[in-house]
Design a protein. Structure first.
Length: 111
């Protein structure tokens, strides 16, 4: 998968940014373990390089499709999980993006 890859000394995630740019961010070891477990459980490790890392699922079966998750898919999933966890539903995928950027800046990572 092109967006989660072994860069030699560690795994990286590639993110699309505004203006058609992309950014590669090294993956912490704990996240690498979670993502590698997801890739194995989803059976997508041997998929072509241009395959999406996060795929949409068929509602009734939960079976993964070949299509990547859309922004709306991701937002609905986050809101559903927040509700089930008893957390404020005002949080969104963007909230996680903001928290990640804040954390990276606190670590001295250039943006």
């Amino acid at each position: 998968m092109r967006d989660y890859f072994d860069a030699g000394d560690q795994y990286c995630l590639r993110f699309a940014e505004k203006g058609g740019k992309s950014r590669e961010i090294p993956v912490r070891h704990d996240l690498q373990q979670f993502l590698s477990g997801y890739v194995a459980a989803a059976g997508i490790g041997s998929m072509p390089a241009d395959s999406p890392l996060f795929r949409s699922a068929i509602r009734r079966t939960g079976r993964l499709t070949d299509s990547g998750m859309t922004a709306d898919d991701m937002s609905r999933m986050v809101k559903r999980r927040m509700r089930k966890a008893g957390l404020p539903s005002r949080l969104s995928p963007h909230s996680f993006r903001v928290a990640t950027i804040t954390d990276l800046l606190a670590q001295g990572m250039p943006l």
